[in-house]
Every structure is written in structure tokens, then in C-alpha cells.
Design a protein around this ligand. Structure first.
Ligand code: ZN
Ligand code: ZN
Ligand code: FE
Length: 763
């Protein structure tokens, strides 16, 4: 065979993932000569040999597990007759050319666990070990290119052995930037709440019910024994957490199976290198080893598996389950520095387990749930950020920033065919969260190498994000909330054609000044038409009223029910004070401080309040989440109802006003109230309510000529598994193809990406 020479280029996630050692080994195996290097434009290979096609093919198909090749290209070049194959030093290029993707953080690999178990290894029990296949990435990176000097590991000098491993292409730690061992790496320290150093890592303290603030990969966690009811209760009280569920880390899948059902898909997610929290269904015949206090009133539990070496060490204690919850004060951002933890968590944590590897990009744990065979993001952060969304149908000509919404904020930066969505940053109403937004916006620009000069934001004039946007000097565009939701999904599917979408969420300002939230929009990034929506209902107090489900129920029913039916409901309002009722009556009469809303979220709240499943909201979405739990409890213990959605639907009304379909829920709520007065169980009513909405959604889609689709389903309400699966089932029956978000949350965490694509057309 003839000797050839080729230049091969790869781009994508090809740095810090063991790509060059892999190239080196493959070249040796196939007798290829030449060199490979890393540059800010990716990996370049000069290859000479007589089976270059095979080499090129195997490079693409056998790349290391964490590598993601986005661009691969090769060309014939002149032969230079190299005698060896070598890894050459990185070329340095100007920063503006840098185009290499940074990897998200990766859960500890099997080889590293083996090192930790081996008493002869210098990584024995070393709580911060890592290699090219695992460990911290995004959270420790200050700037690009990804090089130790630009990470928070720069202050640690490698010992001789580590340095040798780092330089040896055949070693698993070759060019693993955060490499360190027990001799040269960061040190762990346990201390009490007065800062007094203590021996060990806190296993005894956990076993005795203590609460430990543990420095994790993306920030601090508060950790306690999940089987110790008193400890869990104490943590809940001290954190002033209301009823919001805690996540649980299980020693193993096998142990988790005692508590929750785990499908193959869910197991794959739990074991994935992103290691997210997966929301799983509690076993009905549970052994009850986990107290109700972990997730009060819910049929689900959020589980994850250990994903750092330190987590594995914590499971050397007796407990099979640990509560692992983000360490932050209510409404404040995640704590990630030792100083802040020691100061702020006084009185919450009994002990502190800290180390001196700094976190640069704080990241909460990601949260997903499998809904209709696909994972749906509730929160996207550690393990997924900063992976890009790749688009070929969309091209962002001028580097752009979209700031997102105020709730569950995440912003988006894009240029060319790539969009990067930041980690979840929380509720922007909180001053500290807003400061965190500023901080991350500044450093995220460097990591993804995008300096924006255009801006997009939500139409809502009172959003913190809108005020921020208006202060910026760049050309800017405001975007309607639900339009952004729709286009976010289209962008993820790389679809540009006008498409029908149903967007169900809690709140978003509409073009007409009302609060929208159950919307059928037809359109794409160029524009939209509002085709159908839930009828407008008066919501006294607006978003503040949303925290009191029973008041919403009262207001809705007062408006919708006939006087005759209303008179029969008197006893349903006994937990509202006379004064509360008088105020509501007056507001409804005068219309003062009453907001017109078509919000799906508020309808769930109203029903939840009416049924008594949730009367006081202590966390966002609680009323709807507890209503779903009630419905699922019914559905699970009455299998004859399974998948027979149609026959359990309440009636509803569809009317047409100005060529727009309006979903009327007066008859629905009236029937529902009659059920309640008859003594039908709230669980069954909750189930029938879900089924009705699923029915109405698909009915409206059909009336709007969706035909075979696709139909976009998005908005935070589609984090409701029961509702979504009922809609999916109805769509399947009617032959309607459905598009849902894939790598972004359907809620406001995915908003920024849609804003950006819309502004990209306008600006
Ligand atoms: Zn490893
Ligand atoms: Zn070392
Ligand atoms: Fe929304």
C-alpha cells in the first residue's frame, strides 16, 4: 500500500478528556507516524502511514467516553517522513480564535475508585482524586484555554510522581489538569461550628444525627443521615425550608431500589457521568426506612448516587442514605467558599467539612425526571453546563445575550451555530441571586468565549432582568414570554417552520397586559399568533395571591359558579377568615388589584386549594406538585382507571371569541364542586382534573388543525408527569407527533434560548 499523509482536525469537547493519549495509542497500534497537538482551535493531527482511512474512521468511532466530536475534517498533505508519533506541546493562539468547548464536571470513574481502595496507591482514600475520565471541570475553570494554570488547582504544585503521570501519554492522568494526590493535593478538614479542627471526615457525627456542611463539586451541601427522622426534621427547621423536598443520595442503586421504582432509563441517568438528581416514584410497599419529612406529601423522592470521591468516603459510615441538599439560605444563592460557609451556616450546620480546592463556578445539582420515556430537566446545572446547543438551521450573526426570566433564571450566550445556557441561578428577586447573575455572566463569557453586543429580555416591565437589560448600552429586543418558550423548543429541535405549541405555565406577561399561562401559539422565531387560551379569570393580588391557593379557588368559583351552586359551597371556605373573604369580595366587585389571568399554574393552585391538598404554599409550584401526588395516589391504587383518560374527564366548554378558541372551565369547576360536596375523595377528583386538562389540550390542538403535528408541549406545567403522560397518550391515539424540550428545562430555565433566537431575527 502507498504511503500517504493527512492533516486531521477535530473540534468539540476534545481537551481534558484523554483525547490525545487515545490518538497516540491508536497511532502506535496502526503504525502511523507524525504528531498530535492541542490548540485553542481543537486537536490537530499530522498522520503518515498506509492505512490512514482506517485511522481516521477509528478516531471518530472509538473516541474516549467524555469526548464529543462536533467537527471532524481531514485533508491530503505532503509527506514529511516522520520516524515516530509524538504528542507535541500546545500551540498558543490569540484568545479570539479559541473555539474549544469546556467539559462539564464528571462523576468519579471506576478506575479512580479502585485507586482509592488500594492501600498501596498514593490516591488511597484521597477525597479529591480525579483523572482524564472524571473529576471537576467547569466548576474550577477561570478562563480558557483549559490549562491547570487557569483553574483553581493552579496553587497546588504537583509532586514528582503526579508530574510524571501528567506528562506520560500512556497514563490515565495524562494532561488531567486537576491531577493531585494525597501528597501534593488539596487537604480536607473537619471542624466544629467554632472552627476547632476535628479528626476524621465526620462519619461518627453523621451517625449521631449531626448536620455537616460539606464542600462538594459545585458548592456546599448540608448533609445528614436520611434515616434519622430527628436530624432531617432539625435540618428542615434550621433551613426554614417549609415543605420543599430534600434530595437523597443513596449508597447504591440496589439500596435505592428498596425505596423507589427505577426503570432502565432512570438507572442510566443515575449512573451517568452527569450524575443528576433523578425524581423517582416512591414504592408503595416501601420499607419506610426514609421518613416522610424528606418530601412531605409527595409520592416522589429525588435520588442521586455518589459522584465525588468524598461522597464515597461518607458512605463508609453506617447510613445507606444521606440527605444532600444545597447549602443556601432561603431565597439566596448556593454557598461555595469556605469563608461564606463558616460564616453563613452558623446555627444551621453542626460541623464543617472543608478543603482548599476552590470552586470558581458555583453549580447546583441538576434535577431531572423521566416523563414519557424522555428525561425532562427541572433544573440544569452541574454535569450539563456548559455543553452547547448546536443548531444548523439557526445562525446567530452577532454575538448575543438573552437574560431569561426572573424565576429560575438561566441566561444564554450564542454566536454562530452554538448557544450556551448558563447553570440555574435561582430567583432574581433576591438581591444576592442577582449579584450571582452578574458574577456568572462575567465569567461565563470567558469560558464560552462570547462577548455579546446584542441583548434580549422578557416584555415584563417589572422583572429585575428587564431593568438590568434596559441599563445595558447594546441594541436590545423584548420578547413575549410564551413565544420564547415555544421557540426555545423549536431551536432545540433545529426546526424553523411555523409550528403549533401549547405552553402551560404559571405566569408570563401577555401582549394585552393580562397574565398568560395556558396558551396555544402558532409561530416560529419570526412571529406568532395566539390561537387559543384558557378563559381569563380574576386573580386578586396577582403573584402575591398565587401563594394562597384557597383564595384563588374562592375568587375563581365566586366568579364562575351560579349563585345557587355558590351558596352550597359556604363550608368549603371555613379556613378563610371573615375578613379575608370580605376583602376578596370587595376586590372582585371593584376589580381593584385584580389581575386577569389565563394561567394554567393558577388553575392547578385553585383546585389544589379547593381540595385541601395544599392550602399554604412554601415553595414554588407546591400546590400543583401536591395535587399531582394526590392524583397519582388514586391512580396507583385504582388500576382500572389507568390509561382510560377519556371516560373520566369532567366536562369543559370551548367557545370562539374573535377567531380565538377559549377554554371555559366554569362547567368543569361546577362538576368538580359537586363531586366534592358528594364526598368523592380529593384524590379521585385530582385525578379527574388532570385527565380533563389533558383531554382539553389535545381537543384544542385538533380543533386548531394540528393534524399529524408536530405539537410543541412546553412551559413549567409540563414538568407534571401525570398530565404530560396523559397528553402524550392522547396525542399518540390521534397520531399527533409531539416535540418537547430535550436539554433545557420546559420551565423558565429554557426561556433565554428562545428569547435569543427571536431577537436574532429582529435585530
Ligand atoms: Zn477517574
Ligand atoms: Zn501528587
Ligand atoms: Fe414561563
Amino acid at each position: 500500500m502507498k504511503l500517504n499523509a493527512k492533516a486531521i482536525y477535530f473540534n468539540g469537547i476534545v481537551q481534558g478528556v484523554g483525547f490525545r493519549p487515545f490518538v497516540f495509542k491508536l497511532a502506535e497500534e496502526l503504525g502511523i507516524k507524525g504528531w498530535v497537538n492541542n490548540s485553542s482551535n481543537g486537536v490537530t493531527i499530522h498522520a503518515e502511514g498506509n492505512n490512514l482511512d482506517l485511522f481516521y474512521q477509528r478516531l471518530r468511532t472509538e473516541a474516549p467516553p467524555l469526548a464529543q466530536i462536533l467537527i471532524a475534517r481531514s485533508e491530503e498533505i505532503g509527506i514529511k517522513h516522520y520516524g515516530t508519533f509524538e504528542i507535541v506541546e500546545s500551540e498558543s493562539e490569540t484568545e479570539s480564535e479559541a473555539d474549544v468547548l469546556i467539559s462539564p464536571d464528571v462523576a468519579t470513574c471506576k478506575d479512580c475508585l479502585r485507586d482509592m481502595d488500594n492501600p498501596k496507591s498514593r490516591f488511597y482514600q484521597f477525597p479529591l482524586t480525579n483523572c482524564t475520565n472524571c473529576g471537576p471541570r467547569y466548576t474550577i475553570i477561570r478562563d480558557i484555554p483549559y490549562d491547570r494554570a487557569l483553574t483553581t488547582m493552579s496553587k497546588f504544585q504537583m509532586c514528582k510522581t503526579c508530574a510524571m503521570d501528567y506528562k506520560n501519554p500512556k497514563n490515565r492522568r495524562f494532561h488531567a489538569q486537576p491531577v493531585a494526590c494525597g501528597n501534593c493535593g488539596p487537604k480536607l478538614q473537619l471542624m466544629d461550628d467554632l472552627g476547632k479542627p476535628l479528626p476524621g471526615i465526620g462519619l461518627d457525627q453523621l451517625a449521631q444525627g449531626g448536620i455537616i456542611a460539606v464542600k462538594g463539586l459545585g458548592g456546599f451541601h448540608l448533609v445528614c443521615d436520611a434515616q434519622n427522622t430527628k436530624a432531617v426534621r432539625r435540618l428542615r427547621e434550621r433551613k426554614e425550608r417549609g415543605a420543599k423536598p430534600f434530595a437523597v443520595m443513596a449508597r447504591s442503586i440496589a439500596k435505592a431500589r428498596n425505596e423507589v421504582n427505577i426503570s432502565t432509563k432512570e438507572e442510566k441517568l443515575l449512573r451517568s457521568s452527569a450524575a443528576p438528581i433523578v425524581v423517582l416514584e416512591r414504592k408503595q410497599e416501601s420499607t419506610d426506612s426514609l421518613p416522610e419529612e424528606i418530601a412531605p406529601g409527595l409520592h416522589t423522592l429525588g435520588f442521586m448516587l455518589p459522584y465525588t470521591p468524598l461522597h464515597y468516603l461518607l458512605f463508609e459510615g453506617p447510613s445507606d442514605f444521606l440527605v444532600i441538599t444545597s447549602a443556601n439560605l432561603s431565597g439566596r444563592p448556593l454557598i461555595y467558599t469556605n469563608e461564606e460557609a463558616l460564616e453563613t451556616l452558623q446555627g444551621i450546620a453542626d460541623f464543617f467539612l472543608i478543603h482548599d480546592r476552590d470552586i470558581f463556578h458555583p453549580c447546583d445539582d441538576s434535577v431531572v425526571q423521566v416523563i414519557g420515556e424522555e428525561e425532562v430537566f427541572f433544573r440544569r446545572a452541574r454535569g450539563y453546563v456548559p455543553l452547547p446547543i448546536l443548531m444548523s438551521a439557526y445562525h446567530v450573526k452577532v454575538p448575543q445575550l438573552a437574560v431569561g426570566g426572573d424565576l429560575k433564571n438561566a441566561f444564554c450566550l450564542a454566536k454562530g451555530h452554538r448557544a450556551f445556557v448558563s447553570q440555574y441561578l435561582g430567583d432574581m428577586e433576591g438581591y444576592e441571586n442577582f449579584q450571582r447573575f452578574h458574577q456568572e455572566l462575567e465569567s461565563f463569557q470567558r469560558v464560552v468565549n462570547i462577548t455579546p453586543s446584542l441583548l434580549s429580555y422578557d416584555m415584563h416591565p417589572n422583572y429585575q432582568m428587564t431593568r438590568f437589560a434596559l441599563e445595558q448600552p447594546w441594541p436590545k429586543q423584548s420578547v413575549q414570554h410564551h413565544h420564547a418558550h415555544l421557540v426555545s423548543v423549536l431551536g432545540e429541535w433545529d426546526r424553523t417552520e411555523p409550528t403549533l405549541g401549547v405552553i402551560c405555565d404559571g405566569t408570563g406577561l401577555g401582549e394585552d397586559g393580562c397574565i398568560w399561562g395556558f396558551e396555544f401559539l402558532y409561530g416560529n422565531s419570526l412571529g406568532y399568533e395566539r390561537k387559543a387560551h384558557l378563559e381569563y379569570l380574576g386573580l386578586p393580588g396577582g403573584d402575591v395571591g398565587a401563594k394562597h391557593p384557597l383564595r384563588i379557588a374562592y375568587s375563581y368559583l365566586r366568579t364562575l359558579l351560579t349563585d345557587e351552586t355558590w351558596d352550597k359551597t359556604k363550608h368549603l371556605w371555613s379556613s378563610l377568615s371573615t375578613l379575608e373573604r370580605q376583602i376578596l369580595d370587595r376586590q372582585l366587585e371593584t376589580g381593584v388589584q385584580v389581575f386577569q389571568t389565563s394561567s394554567a399554574g393558577r388553575l392547578f393552585d385553585a383546585v389544589s386549594g379547593l381540595l385541601g391538598t395544599c392550602t399554604k404554599v412554601t415553595y414554588e409550584g407546591q400546590a400543583a406538585i401536591e395535587l399531582e401526588s394526590a392524583a397519582v395516589r388514586f391512580f396507583k391504587s385504582n388500576k382500572q382507571y389507568q390509561n382510560k383518560y377519556e371516560q373520566f374527564s369532567y366536562p369543559y366548554e370551548v367557545r370562539v371569541e374573535n377567531e380565538v378558541f377559549i377554554l371555559g372551565v366554569g362547567v368543569l369547576l361546577e362538576e368538580l364542586v359537586y363531586d366534592l360536596l358528594k364526598g368523592v375523595s380529593p384524590e379521585k377528583i385530582a385525578y379527574r382534573f388532570h385527565v380533563t386538562l389533558a383531554q382539553a389540550i389535545v381537543d384544542l390542538a385538533v380543533r386548531l388543525d394540528v393534524e399529524s403535528g408536530p405539537l410543541v408541549l412546553t412551559g413549567g406545567v409540563f414538568q407534571n408527569k401525570l398530565l404530560t403522560e396523559a397528553v402524550l397518550s392522547n396525542c399518540k391515539e390521534k397520531g399527533i407527533r409531539v416535540l418537547r424540550s430535550r436539554t433545557l428545562p420546559p420551565g423558565d430555565g429554557g426561556l433565554a434560548f428562545g428569547q435569543l433566537l427571536i431577537a436574532n431575527e429582529v435585530l
